[in-house]
Design a protein around this ligand. Structure first.
Ligand code: NAP
Length: 309
């Protein structure tokens, strides 16, 4: 159990928001410990091609950018530990982050836990994860080379997933619950141009059906959202892309959340408790992007420095 050091800042989560807070705080002379459960980058780390982050005219690889952010934070003295935080104590002058390996103490805490893919909510969904169900085409698309897959959703992310998979797979169904996409015009046109992407309108996934021999996904049961009629669509992979939910399990009951479950904090990133800041996708905000997460991190470090004195 580590109990001796009190850090100026504990950062929970190693995406662009968390690492930017660590860079700015470290550079301002604060002692910083960043706790991350998997590896640097968060959602950004699984994005292969980022073409809207300023300064990268040829695009940036998300994993590479994440690794560089971690290195940059380290250059300013911020430490990273790959340990899952299991409990936070956020009241009082000294706050605590508990992991299976120790208790870390800090004068300020930056919550940068991001968001996770929304699930379909079907009872059998969990059992098919890794056996046909995925939430990330750039992570798992290669397992479905030359196969038939389906992408669920109608937003920009679903369109990007479908376009990515269309280069690998024989056929990509894009299954949306309405008959118009939420995605922007450019995405809609790109879908129309790609012959092996087949839109399936007014359809919701009502069931996931396995192959009795392999246990892997073999087909979907679709429900027509207008007529309620059901039909079966054969496919070996399903990529669910129906939005995200904020990762706030650690702070439920500790900090104010809005109706959608996002942490309540304005542009100062200050939450309902003094010395606790919320940055990136976990915070209520109009636009969730790498650059807005990074901007939050810089702002949080500024106010944390003021708070820590
Ligand atoms: P989103 O824009 O919220 O779209 C979610 C989609 O999933 C919607 O089409 C929605 O249908 C559908 N959906 C939601 N719940 C569902 C359910 N239970 N069952 C079936 N379908 C469901 O989410 P996103 O695509 O992940 O994008 C998130 C944000 O990032 C957006 O602001 C987006 O513009 C942005 N983004 C931007 C880019 C880019 O600029 N290149 C790329 C990716 C994402 P309805 O349309 O019927 O509500």
């Amino acid at each position: 159990m580590e109990l001796e050091q009190i850090y100026d800042m504990l950062v929970i989560g190693g995406g662009p928001g968390g690492y930017t807070a660590a860079i700015y705080a470290g550079r301002a002379g604060l002692s910083v410990l960043l706790l991350e459960q998997l590896g640097p980058g968060g959602q950004m780390g699984t994005t292969q091609h980022i073409d809207n982050y300023p300064g990268f005219p040829d695009g940036a690889d998300g994993f590479d950018l994440a690794e560089k952010m971690q290195r940059q934070a380290g250059q300013f003295g911020a430490q990273t530990r790959l340990e899952p935080v299991t409990e936070l104590k956020l009241k009082g002058a000294v706050k605590e982050a508990h992991t299976p390996f120790g208790v870390y103490r800090g004068r300020t805490v930056v919550i940068a836990t991001g968001a996770s893919p929304r699930k379909l909510g079907l009872p059998e969904e969990e059992a098919f994860v890794g056996k046909g169900i995925s939430y990330c085409a750039t992570c798992d698309g290669m397992f479905y080379r030359n196969k038939t897959v389906a992408v669920i959703g109608g937003g920009n992310s679903a369109v990007e997933e479908a376009l990515y998979l269309s280069k690998l797979c024989e056929k990509v169904y894009l299954i949306h619950r309405r008959d118009t996409l939420r995605a922007d015009k450019a995405g809609e046109l790109a879908i129309k141009r790609q012959e092996n992407i087949i839109p399936v309108w007014n359809s919701a996934v009502a069931g996931l059906n396995g192959d009795p021999d392999t246990g892997k996904l073999a087909s979907l049961t679709l429900r027509d959202t207008k007529t309620d009629a059901t039909r079966v669509l054969e496919c070996q992979g399903v990529f669910v892309s129906i939005g995200r939910v904020p990762n706030t399990q650690l702070v439920e009951g500790l900090l104010d959340l809005d109706k959608q479950g996002y942490l309540v904090a304005d542009e100062t990133t200050c939450t309902s408790l003094p010395g606790v800041f919320a940055v990136g996708d976990v915070r209520q905000k109009p636009l969730r992007q790498i650059i807005t997460a990074a901007a939050d991190g810089a702002v949080a470090a500024h106010f944390a420095r003021e708070f820590a004195g």
